[in-house]
Design a protein around this ligand. Structure first.
Ligand code: AMP
Length: 114
């Protein structure tokens, strides 16, 4: 049994995903249980557990992830707006311990979240 997270297994192509973008630093793919018409996960290839585990040297990587998110939002036609979410730890509702940003759009999103 591998100790890899499910996202690391997607990076390593051990399980399939609907990949929309890949570069040296990150991967973006559609969420398997979409919560909105557009629901994409953007993850670094570097194994970082969550934002709570980001180090100073990761700054350019995090900025890059947001630039990829913006490009994906444009490609998805989300001109009316969208939401970017990252869940952290148990109380944050994080279920996969590999940093990921949810890009959600294509419908009105309520606030505050649950
Ligand atoms: P979080 O609860 O913030 O950790 O988000 C994890 C997300 O990963 C959830 O929205 C899941 O639906 C999604 N997910 C889990 N397994 C897969 C998979 N194999 N492919 C795509 N998305 C997945």
């Amino acid at each position: 049994m591998s100790g890899k997270t499910i996202f690391k297994r997607i990076i390593d192509r051990e399980i399939p995903a609907q990949i929309l973008h890949e570069d040296e630093h990150c991967l973006a793919f559609r969420d398997i249980q979409p919560q909105a018409p557009t629901h994409i996960l953007v993850i670094p290839k570097k194994e970082i557990v969550s934002i709570d585990h980001v180090e100073d040297a990761d700054g350019p990587l995090i900025a890059h992830l947001f630039l990829v998110i913006r490009r994906l939002a444009q490609a998805e036609g989300l001109a009316d707006g969208y939401r970017v979410v990252t869940n952290i730890g148990r109380n944050g509702g994080q279920s996969v311990p590999h940093l990921h940003f949810h890009l959600l759009g294509g419908r009105g999103l309520s606030w505050p979240p649950g």
